[in-house]
Design a protein around this ligand. Structure first.
Ligand SMILES: Cc1cc2nc3c(=O)[nH]c(=O)nc-3n(C[C@H](O)[C@H](O)[C@H](O)COP(=O)(O)O)c2cc1C
Length: 403
């Protein structure tokens, strides 16, 4: 998500420095190029070596160090930054920047840069509530600098209150979000994700291998791009993205009803769940015991579940519907049939037998087929990247319809 982005991470002298190492690792995982500038205070807590190892880049600590090639470091860093992120941001550094001081490499780079400046403040509650700090923060906000909300909790000093630095995952989400175009504002997007489970008896059920990763990633992307997102999810182990309305369901019938509640006023329905097509005709109210059948075989009769996509595909008006076809053979042929039968605007087809494609992976290999007959084959990519392409394709359809 952050490929090609240059992020300067300013690390200042607060106890939350230890979390900044994890932050670097998470930013690098998103393919960002991270250059760390540490204040002298920060180096008292953690050595530059930690950040050098995590970022795979030289760590900058000195303003007046001799350089091997002629390059005024604070100017070149300032110019190449897409974002300057300061985490943890001490009251001291925020105060200096708010008052125009440039007495170390970090504050000088901030002064010399046109990049977006984002702070993840971290400090003791009394420091945080101090009116001097609040005034400095408000002044910077009016100048367009961004502040990631601090949490309330137990602080390293033992106090309980505001001033706890946001978690690295939240900070990464914030950074990703600030690069994303907001082309889905005022759009309501309903996304189904994960498997469903159909009870056989109170302790057993039928399910499938769907992890929900694709749907959750789509929900994050739609949210980032400004949409109102309703995520209707079967049981998964995933953390729902912040700011998304999550509706947890278990069975296909429950998913069918949940979609019904939001379908009429949604703009887009993305059906990335893998609901069970069949369910046991009569789930036993008590546990089925071994030997309760005379035979060695136990027969469980199944009955068809409602076909969510087909039902709403017939009923849709202006909504854009996107479906998925996870196939093991004749992928394009089956996906095409499904596209027509369910009245999708386009379908994302993938061959789940291919390495890197399918249910539990973080990656997928997809082909888009739309209702105009266009076929787009995509290479192996992360599900997060695929989510961007799916939302881009939906945006193109909205754009064409609006013309
Ligand atoms: C153990 C310890 C923990 C500290 N934690 C914080 C903190 O979380 N937030 C903060 O604003 N200052 C904290 N300070 C104070 C800063 O280190 C101090 O204000 C310093 O001048 C900051 O310099 P810098 O902003 O250039 O890194 C702490 C100091 C010590 C000794």
């Amino acid at each position: 998500m952050l490929k090609g982005k240059n992020i300067i991470l300013g690390v200042t002298g607060g106890i939350a420095v230890y979390k900044a190492a994890d932050l670097v690792s998470k930013l690098v995982k998103q393919h960002a190029n991270v250059e760390v500038i540490m204040t002298e205070g920060a180096t008292k807590f953690v050595t530059p070596l930690t950040f050098q190892t995590m970022s795979q880049n030289k760590v900058h600590t000195e303003m007046f160090g001799l350089v091997s090639h002629f390059d005024v470091e604070h100017i070149s860093l300032a110019q190449k930054a897409d974002i300057i992120l300061i985490a943890p941001a001490t009251a001291n550094t925020i105060g200096k920047i708010a008052n125009g001081l440039a007495d170390n490499l970090l504050t000088t780079v901030v002064m010399a840069s046109k990049a977006k400046i984002i702070y993840a403040p971290a400090m003791n509650t009394d420091m945080y509530n101090n009116l001097i700090f609040q005034e400095n923060m408000n002044k910077l906000k009016t100048l367009g600098h961004k502040f990631i909300k601090t949490g309330v909790g137990r602080l390293a000093c033992g106090d309980f209150g505001a001033g706890k630095m946001a978690e690295p995952l939240e900070i990464v989400d914030y950074v990703i979000n600030s690069f994303v175009k907001k082309d889905f504002v005022n759009k309501k997007v309903v996304i189904t994700a994960g498997p469903t489970i159909e009870p056989i008896d109170p302790v057993r059920y039928i399910t499938n291998h769907s992890s929900g990763k694709m749907g959750y990633s789509l929900a994050q992307e739609a949210k980032n791009r400004g949409a109102e997102v309703i995520l209707i999810s079967g049981p998964t182990h995933l953390r729902p993205p912040d700011g998304v309305e999550i509706i947890n369901i278990k069975t296909t019938s429950e998913m069918f009803e949940a979609v019904g509640k939001h379908f009429d006023d949604c703009d887009i329905l993305i059906k990335s769940a893998a609901p069970s097509d069949y369910k046991p005709i009569n789930a036993s109210p008590i546990k089925i015991k071994k030997g309760s059948s005379d035979e060695d075989n136990l027969e469980i009769k199944l009955v068809k579940n409602p076909d969510i996509a087909e039902y709403y595909g017939k009923y849709k008006k202006e909504q854009i519907m996107v479906g998925f076809a996870a196939e093991t053979n004749n992928v394009i042929e089956y996906a095409n049939k499904k596209l027509k039968k369910k009245n999708f605007d386009f379908i994302v087809a993938n061959d789940v037998t291919k390495p890197g494609a399918g249910f539990k992976n973080d990656t997928n290999i997809a082909t888009f087929i739309d209702n105009k007959g266009n076929i787009e084959k995509h290479p192996l990519m992360e599900k997060t990247q695929l989510s961007t392409l799916i939302l881009d394709k939906i945006y193109d359809i909205i754009d064409i319809k609006a013309r």
